[in-house]
Write a new protein. Sequence first.
Length: 346
Amino acid sequence: MTRPRPLGLRPDPDDSVGAIGEFALIDRVVARSGAAAVADVGPGDDAAVLRTPDGRVVACTDVLVEGRHFRRDWSSAEDVGHKAAAANLADVAAMGAVPTALLVGLACPADTPAGWLEGVAVGMAAECAPFGAAVVGGDTSASAPDSQAVVLSVTALGDLGGRAPVLRSGARPGDVVAVAGRLGWSACGLAVLRRGFSSPIAAVRAHRRPTPPYAAGPAAADAGATAMCDTSDGLLADAGHLAADSGVLIELDRAALQQAFVDPAGPLPQVAAALGGDPMAWVLTGGEDHALVATFPAGVDLPDGWTVVGAVHEPGDAGPGVQVDGVPASRVAEELGEGAGHVHFG
């Protein structure tokens, strides 16, 4: 199998991971990784030592596999670093916390360019910098002999700053449902790339480097959000997690979603028209924008950036779930020609 050539990088066998060795690679990556504000001991020892101002640590992990979560001929190394960090930092924000540090595990073929991995570190550092967070440690390994894929396992840590964590299980009948961030842009960009195009560039960039609304998570917690999660698998799927864990029915308002997330002058309608699709398919089922969906008590003043898109009801005879204008999520997805969100082993 011939591997696609990484964007913006000329192959140099003398600068591969196999040629320079593990420790030279680690030195180069660490030099690009920045410093975490909470680290008393950073990379270089057997483990990092971090201060925990709140006394509790929020922790989450995501695995990114080349060919499934990113392609090196579609995204630069910096893009991949941004995306790998964002996938985890958004989960920290979804708990109402502020990110503090990342731990990164890497498995790659020996011929992986060391310069490409430096680029990944640069992207991660840039995504973390606004919080004073950084990579504080990790591990490297050669891939299995028959594997040509790069695998990144990223663990994010965060601090609640005295807040109670916002769980998926707190939504109650009478709450409103709100979303912060963008919906459908990453899926739109993926559709463009899959067809061999690179424009509209705004959609392609959204797929390469998602822009989660990090500040919206702690703001929602401060405002009294009852439940919250990241929409990494799509709005229908992740609202479904809130509904199941809270034992409620979540009713989404299609008109509200259309108004808030389908800009007539934006890329979603443009690409959907070219492909003969419906932009609402991406809004409802597209993942990897890492928007946040949350529920709030009715009457609460929502923080800036949050838009009401539905309501929470008693589950009724059908049990907990998600509907769009009274139609079950599974049927909505089927009518749109999509699955109701990403399924890893589907």
